[in-house]
Design a protein around this ligand. Sequence first.
Ligand code: SAM
Ligand code: SF4
Length: 324
Amino acid sequence: MIDSYGRKIDYIRFSITDKCNYRCKYCMPEDGVLDIGHQSVLRYEELLAVAKSAVSLGITKFRITGGEPLVRRGVVDFIKKLKEIEGVKEVAMTTNGSLLKDYAKDLKEAGLDRVNVSLDTLRYDRFKEITRTGNLEDVYAGINEAVKEGLTPIKINVVVMKGFNEDEVMDFVQMTLQHPFEVRFIELMPFSGNVSLNGSLISNEEIKKMLPLLKPLEINDGVARLYTYPQAKGRIGFISPLSSCFCDKCNKVRVTSDGKLKTCLHSNKEIDLNKALQEAEKTAFRDLSPVIEEIKKAILSKERRHSISPGKAVTKRNMNSIGG
Ligand code: SAM
Ligand code: SF4
């Protein structure tokens, strides 16, 4: 479907839970999130109804995220059913990797195409510091298993923060010399829950200056600008929501775990899908027109661009509940 600014919207991200087994400093409060209650979380059959409705409007790509998607029970079966929907071309997942070792095989069999794994540091002590609860070994084991099962190409999401991990940029680049991964440097975005990190933003322009041998590739990967390093097996992506707004290329909308459709990660506007889903459920989800209408209206009201700037958050939600 084409939005009011001529952008083709063909991609939805589902945050299937706002819960997580990590507490990354820039994403989650240390003591976790308030329980929104089982009742408020969209059931898988509701998510599948949203997916079918979206497909009828030309959405073909799906990403399962959270919170940590692998902490929600039944996720493998959900992915299988999602992938079986006619018209669904790609299903990917963003995960912290902690549980991938146990899930990679089943996810692949269920039809998951590939994973993005978030990894901000390659140092054990720092990993504990940033995730507050995580263990780097688990993530390495998860990545290895994902490679073995062919959940590829693997993308590694790295949020670079001043005074914290900017000295590891070269180590991540090194990773692309040895492995066919796409390492993506993501600028730290301001959310109401991470104001204490306001001074930690480091722009991707600054990172590029650290990497003089970087060569741009002709292609982009969604909103990531792609580069390569001499002799690299993989590539390097830069996602720069602050220093180089990519909103004119935005092709996605998001659905929160409590059933709100967000047309922009940084907007407070939310379209509640719950009522339309209740209507559709009266027909055992055979008539999806109420849901289709809501999604259509939402896409047509998609903002031209976000209005964040360094240190200025807009949305009241944090990333874990919106789905990154
Ligand atoms: N738990 C999964 C994970 O960590 O990959 C999926 C959800 S997480 C919210 C999705 C992505 O959002 C991660 O790559 C994370 O680093 C990124 N993220 C979270 N908060 C962010 C922020 N304030 N700025 C930039 N990226 C952020
Ligand atoms: Fe959890 Fe992902 Fe947020 Fe870290 S970034 S706290 S792993 S949801």
